[in-house]
Design a protein around this ligand. Sequence first.
Ligand code: ZDP
Length: 284
Amino acid sequence: MAFAFTKWQGCGNDFVLVDARKSGLFANVAELSKQVCDRHYGIGADGLIFVLPSSVADFCMRIFNADGSEAEMCGNGIRCFARLVYDEGMTEKESFSVETGAGILVPRIVKEAGKQPCVEVDMGEPVLEAKRIPVKGFGEERVIAKEIEVLGKTYQATCVSMGNPHCVVFVGNVDDVAMESVGPAFERHTWFPKRTNTEFVAVQDRTHLRMRVWERGASVTLACGTGACASLVAAVLNGRAERSAEVELDGGRLQIAWSDNNHIYMTGPAERVFSGVYEGESEC
Ligand code: ZDP
């Protein structure tokens, strides 16, 4: 199976994007995502994203993690998606609607003279009711600074959905977290029936957060956009930050604002890296 693709990254979180408006979603896409995302046997990426037609929005976006699982939403990915559809003339509008698993979201291309365009996305409203995130054991309650035991250690967790599930843990120094052992233990904790993304956040001051992420289905990544949004929401709910802050990730910085209309606005870069044709041998 051969298909054209373009490779993009947002704060080092990297994706293979495929224009599937004509072909529709490929068969065996979970298996294909694993092969395409493999950094040795494939192209190498944190996820595989398809541009698809939509009957309810200008476009539809579907994202598959490196482990083949489908995610409802992706923050860095939708910025790359937005730049691709705009740069390739799939739309002339600088702001357009995208159907996702988290509802219809609206990216806007932000142009500044002499700079690479960045993208601002209306990420919708954060979901805080445990049952809808989902987190087991709290009914409709919010999960704010609740004690969770992971690998024999007790942490305080605040859980938020941005369409996809996030568990935010505040730490003194993000570099002190043993991501490779603690990350997967949170991801598959019994609290999380759909697994979870886990953000470890050190508050630098009320408008600067430092965050490292262990992503559901993608392990440690250099950045997570929905995770940055969830981290800001958690910091506000815990009285640790203003409603607008910069989130510093391993791979870059994002501006996140929780507006009075209860919507989260995420602004950041998205850059095209290369394009090509994938000619994987395997039957997909
Ligand atoms: O929810 C999940 O399974 C995530 N791993 C999806 C990818 C999220 C992403 N990193 C982001 O930026 O939000 C693309």
